[in-house]
Design a protein around this ligand. Sequence first.
Ligand SMILES: N[C@@H](CCC(=O)N[C@@H](CS)C(=O)NCC(=O)O)C(=O)O
Length: 247
Amino acid sequence: MNKPILYVFNISHYCEKARWALDYFGIAHEVRHVMVGTHRRLAKKLGAKRGSVPFLQTHDCMIAGSDSILDWCEAQPTSRPLSLVGKDSEQVRAIEKRLDDVLGVHVRRYFYSDALINSPELVRPLFSKGLPLWQRAAVTVGWSRIVPIMIKLMDLGPHQGQESLAIVEQELAWCDGLLSDGRPYLCGDQWSRADLTAASLWAPVVAPKEHPVYPHAVYPSAVAAKMKEWTDRPTLQFVRRMYATHR
Ligand SMILES: N[C@@H](CCC(=O)N[C@@H](CS)C(=O)NCC(=O)O)C(=O)O
């Protein structure tokens, strides 16, 4: 194998985190889009420890999960002098973990509780893009069966959407609070993996112009209205700045 292969869903914010990490460290890699519904089988076949995307296949190991992929990137000899560990690595890790475990899950549940229930046709192209022709056709034909499975697996619905929205707003207040003293980065004056994680996981409600997917997406109207309402919040401004500066 010449280059590591990163397996992704095009739309996934955790995949964006992994993609960004590889790009940031200048690690040449191939991005392979995986068809939803086949990803767990593929992960198992390749020996990944988890079934969810992203997973990275290197010449000697399989790495599952955006945090572990970031760890792997850090450990590679690359031309990038700047590590993302941060000055206070414990604080950086704690922020990354909260973003991964809380924001990442609920921003997705909020978005899909609207998009997949009210306008699933807006979402389909985001899952088809980058797939080989026959898989794009399979997603199109099978979409009406895929959507209810996703709704069930992610526990989506109007009530769940509101519940996740409340959590996203709470996480927004928390991130705004971290930035409230005017610091350029979440942990102070140094760009770290906490910032890369925050920017990637907030990106679905920011659609920064450097993002490879979201600026081309059509958003359901309620989510679009929330994005507008939040646009001047420090966190959203921070995300745009991270993309403009580091992506
Ligand atoms: N904490 C994991 C989360 C990964 C995750 O939830 N991936 C989603 C896409 S956004 C997925 O693969 N969902 C389908 C599944 O788990 O089967 C990470 O950072 O990689």
